[in-house]
Design a protein around this ligand. Structure first.
Ligand code: ADP
Ligand code: MG
Length: 292
């Protein structure tokens, strides 16, 4: 490819709100046949809301919410923000947590008023040695509604099941159809609960789902999905996506996502929406066709 045509191509892309940080990405994008996408914050708005809180027997809803919100006030995870917002909306006083520690892709914990409080996915509770099976049926029902089940532990005991729901971005469904129209295979790669991920993927007609993965698992998924294909592009917004963005042939970061994701990416989607990916791929094909 000539440098001039690449410049023209990347210039056009910029007008469409797609910023190429590396010119080679335009050429690799043309060869892309598999698109791997993060779910939370990429397919969805990344602004989840707390929809459910079921206290375990012996636990009081408000007390649980206050303690969980105290932990989450120290976290930057979108789920954390949803929980803190819910506590505020209910006028609950949120105590100050100490010794906060996040378990990436799983949950978080801290000391609140002299008690250990943890919140996160079922695998986080498993790591703490807690059995969540009393909530199995409720969790299944919530997952089938596309909600993400979470659990809270207080003082080493299972205290509640919670759920959050994160609506799809308005442009996601159409963008997936356009990308399929361009002949791409689309895979969702997410740290979220498997059932929740599958429900959302089937609503969108996504071809494959890799769920409940940690950041390193996202890299494994990228390497596996790209084997035997032209090139693989990965779209994501979070810190947990940075290794996968770097491992992909083309990494596309959602504008408004974390700085770490943007730094790891070759391309930035300014609007934050997935239709920028379709525009960029169409443009890469047009540019390369002109050159040949
Ligand atoms: P995604 O790949 O969907 O962006 P993450 O890797 O950030 O998700 O998180 C995966 C899962 O870990 C979440 O769905 C949630 O169950 C749990 N999790 C991570 N951090 C937190 C937190 N601060 N509070 C509650 N749950 C969390
Ligand atoms: Mg995300």
């Amino acid at each position: 490819a000539t440098p001039t045509s690449i410049m023209v191509g990347t210039g056009r892309a910029a007008q469409l709100g797609v910023l190429f940080r590396k010119g080679e990405a335009l050429q690799l994008l043309e060869k892309t046949s598999v698109l791997a996408v993060d779910k939370t914050g990429t397919l969805t708005k990344g602004r989840p809301e707390l929809t459910d809180l079921l206290p375990a027997s012996g636990f009081d809803r408000q007390r649980v919410l206050a303690r969980v919100a105290a932990v989450e006030a120290k976290s930057e995870h979108p789920i954390a923000r949803a929980i803190v917002a819910a506590a505020r909306a209910e006028g609950i006083a949120v105590p100050e947590a100490r010794d906060f520690a996040a378990a990436a892709g799983m949950g978080a914990g801290a000391q609140v008023d002299g008690e250990r409080v943890d919140v996160g996915a079922d695998r986080y509770m498993a790591q703490l040695g807690l059995d969540v099976s009393v909530f199995a049926e409720a969790a299944r029902g919530l997952g089938e509604q596309g909600r993400t089940p979470l659990y809270a532990a207080i003082g080493g005991r299972l205290a509640a099941m919670l759920a959050v729901a994160d609506p799809l971005r308005d442009t996601t469904a159409q963008a997936i159809r356009t990308l399929h129209g361009l002949g791409l295979k689309i895979a969702m790669v997410t740290g979220d609960n498997r059932r929740t991920a599958q429900v959302i993927a089937s609503q969108l007609g996504i071809d494959e789902v890799v769920a409940e993965v940690l950041p390193a698992g996202k890299v494994d998924a990228v390497l596996r999905l790209k084997a035997g294909h032209g090139a693989l592009a990965y779209v994501g917004d979070g810190i947990n996506d940075a290794p996968a963005l770097a491992a992909a042939d083309v990494g596309l970061a959602v504008g408004g996502g974390t700085d770490i994701a943007i730094e790891a990416a070759d391309v930035v989607l300014m609007s934050g929406d997935l239709d920028g990916v379709a525009a960029a791929i169409a443009l890469s094909r047009a540019t390369m066709r002109n050159i040949r």
